[in-house]
Design a protein around this ligand. Sequence first.
Ligand code: GLU
Length: 449
Amino acid sequence: MRFKFDEKLQSIFQEVLHRNPGEIEFHQAVREVLETLGPVLAKYPEFTDKKIIQRICEPERQIIFRVPWRDDNGEIQINRAFRVEFNSALGPYKGGLRFHPSVNLGIVKFLGFEQVFKNALTGLPIGGGKGGSDFDPKGKTDSEIESFCQSMMLELYRHLGEYTDVPAGDIGVGCRELGYLFGQYKRITNRYESGVLTGKGLGWGGSRARKEATGYGVVIFTQEMLRARGDSLEGKKVVVSGSGNVAIYAIEKAHELGANVIACSDSGGFIIDEAGIELPLVQQIKEVERRRISAYVELKKSSRYIEGSSVWSVPCDVALPCATQNELTGRDAKILVENGCLAVAEGANMPTTSEGIQIFQDADICFGPGKAANAGGVATSALEMQQNASRDSWSSEYTQKRLQEIMIDIHTSCYETAGEFGEEGNYVLGANVAGFIRVARAMTAMGVI
Ligand code: GLU
């Protein structure tokens, strides 16, 4: 059940709509948080007096700039890049960079807004921010990627710093792109400032388990949700959307915990392999060859590729949306519920539409929102910052142990917070409220800044 949208919050939301016209994903992200904060304001009137909600909905700083670069034919290309520094009450702005043709200010603001609460939930000292560009990496050569990254950093560097703003990867930005970005930052500033970017390569300041962390974390969170209901992942049928970095390591961890992942997808369609998705094949296709997931059926004859339709039509016990925003609609949610799905955890940011979330909650299935379920990635980025600050490098075992503890703590804090507000099992409310309270307290302590 959802709380009635509190009148005061409704009017703040109207103001957000008015001030940020046309930014539909940002509106959606703000609405989903504000809808759950009524009981918090009733309990802590000081947050209303200090106008914490109004302040939290307004980014501290928004940077938009032109990125000109030359392609392999010598032709000049122009892209637009963004960095939205949303909130620094808990630490330096922290959040990834996304390279995708769909990137615009509204998308970066929704991602930055969600990041504030997600980062707060990790319990680590990181504020929230996000950035990216409408640059499309698809079909670009290595040297074109390099030219674009260098040009982007030529402006971005002046806004960054290990105590100021620390980007990482997101869709379309991985270790290769971060390498070009870091190299250019180092060259411009003449500083080997490891802590200015996370998700770096293991040979040059990166953290072990960072690459795996988001996917692993989603599955650990799912396991905790099932455990809270006396169940586990053992023997469960899992469907994952996407086949990028988050999806790949979610598949790996799900298999490790005894589940069977039978389907995954990309924007063109999905594959079904009832015997269990063979991860080395997906990695070869996506990470090495950078091809479409349809290539899987060439390598494994017993599998099937279905073009153009939704992966959520495949019956499963557990659904892990790990592709992109609003990929799981109300219609998909209905099908999942009808097929007996028990748990959904968001590996991507805001992959489920508001209607979809409502359907899952009405059906009383476990639903782990991205702010909580996919926080393992950014949490391990914060662990990378710790290692960089102490010029240390931790073992994979130790880093994974820390990740596991953090995910279990996030689950506990969402679960307990939901219970405290009379909404046991409502992880949407638990995540929003627990994250919000931590940021709101810090903002209150720091005065009107
Ligand atoms: N882009 C990731 C996220 O959505 C990771 C951000 C980071 O590591 O800073 O949380």
